[in-house]
Design a protein around this ligand. Structure first.
Ligand code: ADP
Ligand code: MG
Length: 707
């Protein structure tokens, strides 16, 4: 049981603590700079060292204790003219006070707790009245009413004690003197549990907190913080009061995490193991073998996913230009090709990984939103979406093609600059979203059609697609050799899963369970997942630099491929965006070995990945054409569009236009198939360039547009 104190005792004890030379100096300094500086920050350990009883009391009864400390400060620095109100803020509470949001219980009410979390929502900063000054409309007396909580309180009577006329609120009116009343800045925030603490895909729990005065406005959505404060209860319901109470936190102090991945503790022994592992010749192979081992195949894809974990180097140039290091990967595939499974696995594996769907139900969606709802109590609230919550981590976005329009327009900024800007109503904010993105989507018509160009069937805007460093397509076509391997793999996965549930597998009749288990060792991740996560977190401390050989390897590749596009009839085979993707992939390959030097082999590995995917998505009839992803239209398609448009122009009859049949017939001499004519006519009419004066006939929408 903590020691009890009378309030006068408590102030005296705090005065003693603050009277020490160092503290006294700090308090006086704050008083000198008041009101620019309004808070004294104290380490909990200092209080504990000075007086353990006082420290314990403060944890148990923080509200009175902090108020007494503030009173003690006021006595120290009050002068005849000014009486600064300095806040007393305590940081670095003991480990015991660190409570997970989901473990907060009634016994924690009114105590000092420390919670770690991610800021999901933060309102605008708005003033709250703390002491309202009123004037009695009958006698002119001035009355003061202290305001607490959200309900505004008016005087009940014009109190004679305060020199008033004694009339009750029924026989006089009170006028609020806004300019005479005292206000304080406030902000309401919502914190959610950090994703790494969540087990088995459970939903993160949330806690509402209030900040006041000088520390309001410093918290923005997406921040990772430790907040210390008094846990309060708040009665539910506004009209009819309920016996249920909600928990809220009156925030006393905020601590920011200083280092990246602080949630992953790496001990000196860990570091030794990590450095040892980095020396093995097959580092990347082992990591690849730890990525979704229950999923058969996809070796090249898994290698790219392994590199994504490490990431390239994000750079700040001399002129202030920022170049991203995050590697973004898109997987476009037929249903049932294990995309979702892989995404969920990567979200689990990556430090600060988040799994979400493009169809997200929250207002913030994937990016962020400014909303005016119940939470803000009349204020605008800025709410972070998945890409902000995954800052400095990996955002795995399933069903990327189903995202809403707002996300569609703001996701580019996140992918390229690592920020998301919100400008709506009074709110203009830029939130950080420096995360790598692993996106998955289905083909436009649900399944890839082998006879059509793959790129045409990807239902993502080209401007978005071309920001991905690698785009993998996964087609699911019956193929007896492959099917047999997948089937046998999946069956093994299930049998192993069944045996794992048996406490004594040797007792399963007619089965050599031990042999089965050892035969399926390949389904066990090659590395301990916890260790892999530490390894990835540690690797971020390494900043690889391109070697001369790596540079010339990448340069030669780029220039050679570009040369293919030099002829007049040729397409653009690759752009500088792919060169940057190559650099990032090569850097991450070096990082995976904890190597400061990017070698020629790292560059080769990057080239292999880019070649692999470009071959599938950016080639048409054996010819490489990056415009398939960069603009959504290949060179040959573009040419066909021109041909078709001029056919419409030439053949269209003034009144009726030209029939589809005639177009198909004439286009055949330009080697354009019937199917393509139909598709291109649809495209032209979708774009508003042609219209139908009557069904089946087409005409150019406007002659001027052709010019
Ligand atoms: P998608 O999201 O691509 O539609 P899912 O991730 O839902 O596909 O996969 C469907 C199921 O098929 C999953 O249970 C997955 O494990 C299994 N599966 C698909 N392809 C493979 C594969 N190559 N190896 C093992 N299992 C697979
Ligand atoms: Mg899926």
């Amino acid at each position: 049981m903590p020691k009890e104190y009378t309030s006068e005792d408590l102030v005296a004890i705090w005065e003693e603590f603050l009277g020490g030379q160092e503290m006294r100096h700090k308090v006086n300094e704050i008083a000198d700079f008041y009101p620019e500086v309004r808070s004294l920050y104290v380490d909990f350990a200092d209080v504990e060292m000075h007086d353990p009883d006082l420290a314990n009391y403060t944890l148990a009864k923080p509200t009175v204790s902090v108020q007494s400390a503030e009173e003690a400060m006021r006595r120290m620095v009050s002068h005849a003219l000014t009486s600064p109100y300095i806040h007393f803020r305590i940081r670095n509470l003991p480990r015991d006070s660190r409570i997970d949001i989901r473990k907060l219980r009634a016994k924690h009410l009114e105590t000092f707790v420390s919670v770690e979390g991610l800021v999901r929502k933060a309102t605008e900063v708005r003033p709250r009245v703390t002491v309202a000054e009123f004037e009695c409309m009958r006698c002119g007396a001035r009355l003061f009413v202290e305001q607490e909580g959200m309900q505004f309180r008016e005087p009940l009577e014009c109190s004679k004690d305060e020199g008033g006329c004694g009339r009750g609120s029924g026989s006089t009116r009170f006028r609020l003197l806004t300019e005479k009343s005292l206000f304080v800045d406030t902000q309401k925030v919502e914190i959610q549990e950090p994703p790494e603490g969540l087990r088995g895909g459970s939903q993160p729990e949330r806690l509402v907190g209030f900040v006041e005065d000088d520390i309001s406005g410093r918290i923005s959505p997406g921040d990772r913080l430790i907040i210390n404060g008094m846990l309060k209860s708040h009665q539910k319901g506004t009209q009819t009061k309920s016996t249920l109470f909600d928990l809220t936190l009156d925030i006393n102090s905020i601590e920011y995490e200083e280092h990246e991945y602080e949630e992953i503790v790496i001990t000196p022994e860990d570091e030794m193991k990590i450095r040892q592992f980095a020396k093995s010749p097959d580092v990347l192979e082992k990591i690849v073998a730890s990525i979704s081992p229950t999923i058969y195949g996809y070796l090249q894809e898994k290698e790219a996913l392994a590199l994504q974990l490490f990431g390239g180097v994000s750079k700040e140039m001399d002129d202030g230009t920022h170049i991203r290091g995050d590697i973004h990967i898109a997987m476009i595939g037929d249903p049932g090709t294990a995309k979702s499974q892989i995404l969920r696995y990567m979200a689990m594996l990556a430090p600060r990984g988040i799994y979400t769907s493009g169809k997200s139900a929250s207002a913030a969606g994937l990016t962020a939103a400014a909303v005016k709802d119940e939470f803000g109590e009349g204020r605008w609230t800025l709410e972070a979406g998945a890409l902000v919550l995954a800052d400095k981590g990996l955002a795995c976005i399933d069903e990327l093609d189903k995202m809403n329009d707002q996300d569609r327009s703001s996701i580019h900024e996140s992918l390229e600059q690592g920020t998301i800007s919100v400008a709506k109503a009074g709110i203009t904010a830029t939130l950080q979203s420096r995360c790598a993105v692993l996106g998955a989507a289905n083909p436009k018509y649900g399944r890839f059609d082998e006879n059509r160009n793959i790129a045409e069937q990807i239902d993502l805007p080209p401007a978005l697609l071309s920001r991905f460093d690698a785009i993998f397509t996964m087609t699911d076509r019956p193929d007896s050799v492959y099917d047999q391997s997948v089937a046998s793999h999946i069956l093994k996965v299930h049998r192993r899963g069944e045996i794992r549930l048996h406490e004594s597998p040797e007792k399963i009749p007619d089965m050599d369970a031990r042999a089965i288990m050892s035969d399926t060792e390949i389904l066990v991740p090659a590395m301990d997942i916890e260790f892999l996560r530490k390894y990835v977190a540690f690797s971020k401390r390494i900043t690889p630099v391109l070697s001369a050989e790596a540079m010339s390897t990448l340069e030669t590749y780029y220039v050679t491929i570009r040369k293919l596009g030099e002829g007049e009839e040729s397409s653009v085979p690759i752009t500088a965006r792919q060169l940057e993707a190559l650099i990032r992939l090569a850097e991450s390959s070096a990082r995976a070995r904890l190597s400061v030097i990017v070698t020629a082999e790292d560059a080769e590995r990057a080239i292999k990945i880019v070649e692999y995917y470009l071959n599938k998505v950016a080639s048409e009839g054996g010819r490489r054409d990056i415009d398939l992803i960069a603009t959504g239209t290949s060179r040959s398609q573009r040419e066909q569009i021109y041909v078709l448009r001029s056919l419409v122009q030439q053949l269209a009859d003034e009144r009726r236009g030209v029939s589809l049949e005639e177009l198909i017939q004439k286009a055949a001499s330009d080697n354009i198939t019937e199917e393509r004519v139909r598709a291109l006519v649809k495209r032209l009419s979708d774009a508003g360039e042609v219209y139908s004066p009557q069904p089946g006939y087409y005409k150019l929408a406007s002659e001027e547009r052709m010019a």
